[in-house]
Design a protein around this ligand. Structure first.
Ligand SMILES: Nc1ncnc2c1ncn2[C@@H]1O[C@H](COP(=O)(O)OP(=O)(O)OP(=O)(O)O)[C@@H](O)[C@H]1O
Ligand SMILES: [Mg+2]
Length: 464
């Protein structure tokens, strides 16, 4: 804060003080003294006007007399504290009246000073109050920063894995590189794509998404690159492609692992040259588009098995961001459950605000094959079913209620059965393969094997 003094030199203003006293001459004296000590003073000679001024403007500290007609200083102090608990209030009490001083503190006053006002003491009290306020402001900012670090755009998380991802996102989003987002189904890949766009220099440009698994090759080509009128049966008008619509912005190629093999060379060429030709068109057009893609498949395995071009993979995968499965995010499960509870209870006009401790335990134990999407659906279902204002275990689906952390071990067998180690290993490998939807690279990673070892074990155990 700076203030111009008559001489033309700018001095730091130490704070804005609102003075309320029904004696205007005292107000003026305080103003004169405090302004010489570099405080900015606004004074009002009635409590009503003082209250109005308090609501209209922003002050660092309020100094109010105790005995005034209309509202007295104590009542006024209670109102100030209720309206703005962050602004300290100093009360001016009569000398020697100890009881009123205690009452003032009870009413929420930060401090009190006695009449007749001693200006050096007043300055000390005001400086302390201003210091207190700025400390509160710093604390609030720190809390906000902490809150922000649990979130990147609309992605929530505070587990080490998610904080690592947020850190990567902070650096990757503003650059213009192509990003391949991988992760199991329902882990938040689309949310990550949105977040990258929103934090990029293209945030004001278009964000265009397409699910590459949803269309046959011919339709996908026309969706992506456009077509001219009459270029195929049914093409009654010409159509702009998504690359052209996304110009200046971002295109999100979702489920890229299912991109038709026969169209991959066309996509690769378009991405390499930043040019494309609509179907049936003779002229190419240029585009300026950032490419994000996502997959829940193991693209390296798709390459090995000839279903995905390696050169296209390298073009899309300048940077790979991997979303961890929900089961490995620890108490993020509860953070997200509470978030969905708040969000969905508003949507369904319910006032269910929390869940019981046993629910928390069940949510933490479950293995969440459908990840965050499954958690959201679970909370929504429970919220609709519950008869109470807290979710209970009975509101959870049977499979979550019945889930035992170690159920894979003796899957379907008699719990007292004793088994050879190789049977346990075989069952566990089969369980991991099932959970990773037969994604061998991921399964090998989870098991702590390299892929060759996994293949060898599958052969030994005669798993096809
Ligand atoms: N970290 C998160 N914080 C808040 N909400 C999340 C988070 N991750 C996912 N969600 C929510 O979970 C749901 C699934 O997310 P999303 O559609 O982005 O997953 P996905 O990985 O694209 O899934 P799929 O592979 O099935 O397409 C959405 O409702 C999304 O808003
Ligand atoms: Mg998705």
């Amino acid at each position: 804060m700076t203030r111009n003094q008559g001489s033309g030199t700018e001095v730091m203003c130490k704070g804005r003080v609102l003075v309320i006293d029904d004696d205007p001459s005292l107000c003026q004296t305080i103003e004169l003294d405090l302004s010489q000590r570099n405080y900015e003073v606004v004074w009002k000679a009635s409590s009503r006007e003082g209250l109005e001024e308090f609501q209209r403007s922003d002050f660092d500290v309020v100094l109010t007399d105790l005995n005034m007609p209309e509202l007295n200083g104590l009542e006024l102090c209670q109102k100030f504290v209720a309206l703005r608990p962050d602004i300290p209030v100093l009360l001016i009490t009569a000398f020697g009246s100890f009881e009123t001083a205690i009452e003032a503190i009870r009413a929420g006053a930060y401090d009190f000073i006695t009449k007749p006002v001693e200006f050096d003491l007043l300055e000390i009290a005001i400086a302390r109050a201003v210091g207190h306020r700025s400390l509160l402001e710093r604390l609030e900012r720190l809390e906000q920063t902490l809150e922000d670090s649990k979130q990147f755009e609309s992605l929530l998380g505070e587990s080490a894995k998610m904080l690592f991802l947020f850190d990567q996102l902070h650096r990757v989003a503003p650059s213009d590189v192509s990003v391949l987002i991988s992760g199991e189904s329902g882990t938040g890949k689309e949310l990550v794509a949105n977040a990258i766009h929103n934090r990029s220099q293209r945030a004001n440009g278009p964000f265009v998404a397409i699910n590459c698994a949803a269309l046959p090759a011919s339709l996908l080509e026309s969706e992506l690159f456009g077509h001219e009128k009459g270029s195929f049966t049914g093409a009654t008008t010409s159509k702009k492609g998504l690359f052209s619509q996304a110009n200046g912005g971002t295109i999100f190629l979702d489920e890229i692992g299912e991109f038709p093999v026969e169209l991959q060379a066309t996509l690769l060429r378009a991405l390499a040259e930043r040019r494309a030709r609509p179907i049936g068109g003779s002229k190419e057009y240029r585009f300026d588009v950032r490419v994000l893609s996502a997959t829940n498949r193991d693209l390296e395995l798709e390459i090995e098995e000839g279903r995905f071009r390696e050169d296209l993979f390298f073009r899309l995968n300048v940077i790979q961001l991997t979303l961890p499965p929900l089961r490995s995010r620890g108490t993020d499960i509860l953070l997200l459950a509470q978030h969905f509870l708040n969000l969905l209870s508003r949507k369904h006009h319910r006032s269910v605000m929390s869940f019981t401790q046993p629910v928390a335990r069940k949510l933490l134990d479950y293995h969440w094959p459908g990840n965050v999407r499954e958690l959201r659906n679970t909370i929504e279902r429970a919220l609709i079913l519950t008869r109470f204002d807290k979710l209970t275990v009975d509101d959870l689906p049977d499979k979550i209620q019945a889930f035992k952390k170690s159920q894979w071990l003796l899957h379907g067998a008699d719990p007292s059965e004793l088994l050879p180690m190789r049977d346990i290993e075989k069952r566990y490998i089969l369980h991991v393969l099932k959970e990773t939807k037969n994604n061998k690279s991921l399964a090998a990673k989870m098991l702590g094997f390299d892929r060759k070892t996994l293949y060898r074990k599958l052969e030994i155990y005669d798993v096809k």
